[in-house]
Write a protein that binds this ligand. Structure first.
Ligand code: PGA
Length: 281
């Protein structure tokens, strides 16, 4: 089986925080703190829509990527208050979050609309990070795996192998978001591994899998953990085999915290590169 180096991603979800001025200040602080650093993970910022253009300008000469926190699936139309993939591409965005739990909880997003958004993003060349995760009641009822695999299957069930190779998934247990209590690393790792297996079983159903050499193996898929990630817990989380990075909310709003998280991920980047080169020798 071909050994594939999984991308390590540290993403900052700014939610409904930061004016344009505050956004550019934060970007400048992050840029100066990581200048000259090697083995950086893929860093992705998700500012509010109003700051996307300013963030794009500030990031012009850097390797940091950016994207939107949500997106409609139509190119244009009478959809008051919505933003289309065309508009994001127009701003040179590269990523988009799809199905964040706050969108599901407060704005009526469902397993029915995530696949539409995912497909629209991919057809416009945007990389989607699909967010999945269970509510506390669902966890307590023993439904975590059923809920999460249903969210994954609904969003990705009819993608091709080529399309599946272009996405990332963030496991964000809803009870851990914004609470200060992250999911224990071993349990987060277990669910991330289950997500990878679910995607592997989607791939196994596809006829083009074999021809594309993806070997029914979801080993290339970056699976991130999100939910109260901070500088004090990132090291224990990112040590886990199936956690390839983090989607960070609150701690991404403060440069020092976010940069500490980025730096903790450098060890993972180094380790992955070493393992890949050893395996290919
Ligand atoms: P949090 O948010 O890090 O503040 O818990 C994570 C998220 O909602 O993506």
């Amino acid at each position: 089986m071909k050994n594939v180096q999984r991308q390590v991603i540290i993403a900052g979800n700014w939610k409904m925080y930061k004016t344009v001025k505050q956004a550019t200040t934060l970007v400048d602080e992050i840029l100066s703190a990581i200048a000259g650093e090697k083995n950086l993970p893929e860093i992705v910022l998700f500012p509010p829509f109003t700051a996307l253009s300013a963030v794009e300008k500030s990031l012009k000469k850097s390797t940091i990527k950016f994207g939107a926190q949500n997106m409609d699936w139509h190119d244009e139309g009478a959809f008051t208050g919505e933003i289309s993939p065309l508009m994001l591409v127009d701003l040179n965005a590269q990523y988009v979050l799809i199905g964040h739990s706050e969108r599901r909880q407060h704005f009526g997003e469902t397993n029915g609309t995530t696949p539409l958004r995912i497909k629209a993003a991919l057809s416009h060349g945007l990389k989607p990070i699909l967010c999945v995760g269970e509510l506390i009641d669902e966890r307590e009822a023993g439904l975590t795996d059923a809920v999460v695999s249903r969210q994954v299957g609904a969003a990705l069930g009819d993608l091709t192998a080529d399309q599946l190779a272009k996405i990332a998934i963030a496991y964000e247990p809803v009870w851990a978001i914004g609470t200060g209590n992250h999911c224990a690393a071993a349990e987060a790792n277990r669910v991330c591994a289950m997500i990878r297996k679910t995607v592997a079983s989607l791939l196994a159903r596809l006829e083009d899998t074999a021809t594309k050499g993806l070997q029914m193996n979801a080993n290339y898929l970056p699976v991130l953990y999100g939910g109260s990630v901070k500088s004090s817990n990132i090291a224990e989380l990112i040590k886990e085999e199936h956690i390839d990075g983090a989607l960070v909310g609150g701690a991404s709003l403060v440069a020092e915290e976010f940069v500490s998280i980025i730096k903790a991920a450098q060890a993972r980047v180094k380790r992955t590169a070493k393992a890949t080169s050893a395996a290919s020798r």
